[in-house]
Write a protein that binds this ligand. Structure first.
Ligand code: K7E
Ligand code: CUA
Ligand code: CA
Length: 641
């Protein structure tokens, strides 16, 4: 992986001229001696567009893309929060951050990870305080966003979570059994999102109980996980050869594909780079369903999940060799191709989905016969997106660029190598080292080619310095014309691997909670057992060592302003917010107890803690709700045991 173009070639390339001499040399592409020297000389290396020139160009662009104060954005963006563990809601094109949805993290403001409701949803895994989410994806019907759910993976603790988009809260969380590190995640597009496809990345021994640490042999494997999207249970698991990186599904509902960078089953870097080609695994979903239905499966350990064997030779899968350590896996929005992004190879591999039936039926003998083209795009291709007009856009990590290329031209060029057909339409510099990129609606049949978000892993010198830890840099491009135009860049905190954009009319949110919402269903059920009507009662229930304090809230008052418990009591405070008014959220914070939560209009929230300190303890409302918000307080009196 080296950028071995000479400086002359760099300056004379059409791309370099298009961008007025801004260096296209990435600072990580420094294996060339010149590259290393330039990195030492300036942050950017090479000829640098002055900050003033750059700022003038951006100012010009901004005039056309500003969302004025009070105006609403045209698209919602959902951004992964990476190892920060949350999902962020953005407005596009303003790139304003509208809200955060805590998922795999603990959130001080809303009480996610602290409240009884959130712990109930997180289940056993609530004990983990960290997460690492990468791939947010919205459920679909007939290949179009239906606005119902957003799903996201947690690589750190092998989980998949679901967010309800009517309330923008996580409502289900699943730990996938028998695997380590859920990474790639995509959804069935057609006929609807019945399944969530989730790749487990790392190869582990089975059983993984310390009896063997061998990952090379037959009992060392990882699995492709198919999750029932409605029940949020694993429907079945498929054993594969090698490991699994990213995945996507087709527009027929029949096939899913996944990239593998470790066909070597190696445990070290050199080993993982040994083969010139790794592969894409194609999963035949109807065949796998039929095998499970026919009882042709096993189970692992205590898990009841059906496990089928999809290793080489199986009728359930096909392995298509592609170069080398491929990363992103993207279905073109016209439904024609699975595209595997070469990463260590400068190419992407276009797999023709229409030929997969023949491959599975044995009519094609060589799995490489389904490769429609393998265009060379530049150094370090990671992910590809689509504008619905036949063009694809691929991030080039090492080149710090995005390549816009035409898919039909790439296929023609591949089939007519003598004709010198130009399929690359434009290359543009991005700052710096891009990972994912995403064009508006590109994962659906409605890809509209308006906006392109490019998520850069490094910001280096783009913003005021903030210490050794830098933010990432998200850049937004207008791609509606012939050329990509940068219209915005902005810092983001660790680390939006991936994002999606959806038209604002495709999302319908509630402004006030429904009193029957299942989000706080278990709390409502306990109240019923206690003979409590949540909307009216302010009452303390004593149940042995447990004390349940039911109170209402209405700005600027709690329904109970003083209650008494005994030292050592397990106290649950249940607050129901009777303010039936948009945006009047209350909080509940018990001082010196690590207790804090949100109660939005007509919501019930509860939190449980031990009253271990005798004495008087104030509680207060920590969401500003009223002119007399400071006065919205109460006291817990803890008597000595
Ligand atoms: Cu960072 Cu999709 Cu996890 Cu690529 S993944 S960059
Ligand atoms: Cu209620 Cu602040
Ligand atoms: Ca490899």
């Amino acid at each position: 992986m080296s950028d071995n173009k000479s400086d002359k070639e760099q300056k004379d390339s059409p791309q370099a001229m298009e961008t007025s001499g801004l260096s296209r040399r990435g600072f990580l592409g420094a294996s060339a001696a010149t590259g290393a020297a330039l990195v030492g000389a300036t942050a950017l290396g090479g000829a640098v567009m002055s900050r003033e020139t750059w700022a003038a160009a951006v100012k010009d662009a901004h005039a056309n893309y500003t969302v004025a104060p009070g105006e609403l954005d045209a698209y919602y963006g959902f951004w992964s929060g990476g190892h920060q563990g949350e999902v962020r809601i953005m407005g596009i094109p303003s790139m304003r951050e509208l809200m955060r949805i805590p998922v795999f993290n603990v959130d001080s403001a809303t009480g996610w990870g602290l409240t009884d409701e959130s712990k109930h949803i997180m289940g056993e895994s609530a004990k983990y305080r960290n997460g690492d989410c990468h791939h947010p994806h919205i459920s679909m019907t007939d290949g179009k966003y239906d606005g119902k759910y957003l799903f996201i993976n947690d690589k750190a603790n092998s989980r998949v979570a679901r967010i309800r988009l009517d309330i923008m809260k996580c409502d289900k969380m699943l730990t996938v059994p028998n695997v380590q590190a859920i990474h790639g995640l995509r959804l069935q597009k057609v006929p609807y999102t019945k399944y969530v496809f989730a790749n487990a990345e790392f190869i582990i021994p089975h059983p993984n109980d310390g009896s063997s640490f061998d990952t090379q042999g037959k009992n060392g494997f990882t699995m492709f996980n198919v999750i029932d999207a409605e029940k949020m249970e694993v429907a079945f698991q498929v054993i594969v050869d090698g490991n699994l990186d990213n995945t996507d599904a087709d527009y027929t509902g029949k096939y899913a594909a996944a990239t593998c960078y470790n066909s070597e089953k190696a445990t070290d870097l050199a080993g993982m780079l040994r083969n010139e080609r790794d592969w894409v695994v194609i999963f035949n979903i109807p065949r796998i369903e039929a095998a499970v239905k026919a009882g042709k499966f096993t189970t692992i350990g205590d898990s009841k999940v059906p496990v089928v064997d999809g290793r080489a030779g199986s009728e359930l899968t096909r392995y298509i060799p592609v170069p080398k350590n491929p990363h992103g896996c993207n279905t073109s929005s016209d439904g024609k191709y699975f595209i595997a992004n070469g990463k260590v190879s400068p190419t992407v591999s276009m797999i023709e989905i229409a030929k997969l039936d023949d491959l599975f039926d044995g009519k094609l003998k060589d799995p490489r016969d389904v490769i429609a083209a393998e265009p060379e795009l530049g150094l370090g291709p990671l992910h590809t997106t689509f504008d619905g007009r036949g063009n694809a856009y691929t991030t080039l990590f090492i080149d710090s660029q995005v390549a816009k290329w035409n898919m039909a031209d790439a296929v023609r060029a591949w089939n007519n190598p003598d004709q010198n057909i130009e399929f690359i339409k434009q290359k543009i510099d991005v700052q710096y080292q891009p990972g994912h990129l995403h064009a508006s609606l590109c994962e659906t049949s409605e890809a509209d080619g308006k906006w392109l978000a490019v998520l850069c892993k490094f910001s280096k010198d783009r913003f005021l310095p903030v210490g050794p830890l830098h933010p990432e840099n998200d850049q937004l491009f207008d791609i509606s014309g012939d050329e990509m135009k940068l219209v915005h860049d902005g810092p983001t905190f660790a680390e939006p691997h991936d994002c999606i954009m959806v038209r604002r009319d495709q999302i319908k949110t509630k402004k006030i909670w429904d009193r029957n919402d299942p989000f706080f269903g278990p709390t409502t059920a306990q109240a019923k057992k206690d003979g409590i009507t949540l909307e009216t009662d302010n009452k303390v229930i004593r149940d042995g060592n447990k004390v349940r304090v039911y109170m209402t809230s209405q700005a600027p008052m709690y329904g109970i302003t003083e209650f008494t418990v005994k030292q050592g009591n397990e106290v649950t405070v249940i607050v129901t917010n009777l303010d039936n008014i948009e945006d009047v959220t209350h909080g509940f914070c018990m001082v010196n107890h690590g207790v804090s939560m949100e109660i939005s209009p007509m919501e019930t929230s509860s939190i449980t803690f031990t009253a271990d300190k005798p004495g008087l303890h104030w509680y207060y409302c920590n969401w500003f709700c009223h002119a007399l918000h400071m006065e919205m307080v109460g006291r817990m009196l803890v008597e000595k045991a």
